[in-house]
Design a protein around this ligand. Structure first.
Ligand code: T46
Length: 180
């Protein structure tokens, strides 16, 4: 597993060793011991899988209680993935880490608890898979406005063709509940 830096020291892009042969490919998408050796000693309790059409933007979501660390990857297509540090005590509070994830590169990203997360689909469609370190708790879910000017996120596609009502109602960072 190769670790690639992002704009944020705690958000890690992970490039797995991929075994290709005439049949196709194989790679370990998660290995507790190997990840612990990388410093990602997280215990995952939930796996999620979503499919979205091109232009769909999901996010930027976080749970103010039961915050979720996320190991994210794309099984089909390509997305522009974004994480924002919402920990007021962090020297990188408000910092954005953004990168592309695709089925072609098999790259994954580790996003620790305390970050808002979202993505925009760049391909015709994308299948997005991720593990979380705590359970879904809708009562604690909050939404950071995807196009908050203070974040200056360079989303590759203009606007968002499909946003949930929840995401359209996201709050700018200055109005968001954040972590200590
Ligand atoms: C997240 C989640 C959702 N749901 C149900 C609730 C809704 O009836 C339906 C769609 O939920 P939502 O529109 O919140 O799904 P996304 O917009 O993909 O939300 C995710 O988007 C960004 C990318 C994230 O990082 C979060 O993990 C997550 O909030 O699935 C569940 O049953 N369990 C869950 O863990």
């Amino acid at each position: 597993m190769q670790v690639i830096e992002t704009q944020h020291p705690e958000v890690l892009l992970l490039r797995p060793k991929v075994f290709g042969d005439a049949r196709g490919f194989f790679f370990e998408s998660y290995n507790r011991k190997a990840f612990a050796e990388l410093g990602i000693d997280a215990e995952f309790v939930q796996d999620n899988h979503s499919r979205s059409a091109q232009g769909v933007l999901r996010g930027l979501h976080y749970q103010i209680s039961q915050p979720q660390g996320k190991l994210v990857r794309v099984a089909a297509g390509e997305v522009f993935d974004v994480a924002v540090d919402l920990r007021r005590s962090s020297p990188h509070f408000g910092r954005v880490a953004a990168f592309r994830l695709s089925a072609e590169t098999h790259e994954m990203a580790w996003i620790p608890p305390g970050f808002a997360h979202g993505f925009q689909v760049l391909s015709d469609y994308a299948e997005f898979l991720y593990k979380t370190t705590d359970y879904y708790a809708p009562q604690f879910e909050r939404c950071l406005l995807w196009n908050d000017p203070a974040l200056d996120i360079a989303w590759p596609l203009d606007g968002a063709s499909l946003l949930s009502a929840k995401d359209q109602a996201g709050l700018p960072l200055v109005e968001c509940e954040v972590f200590a």
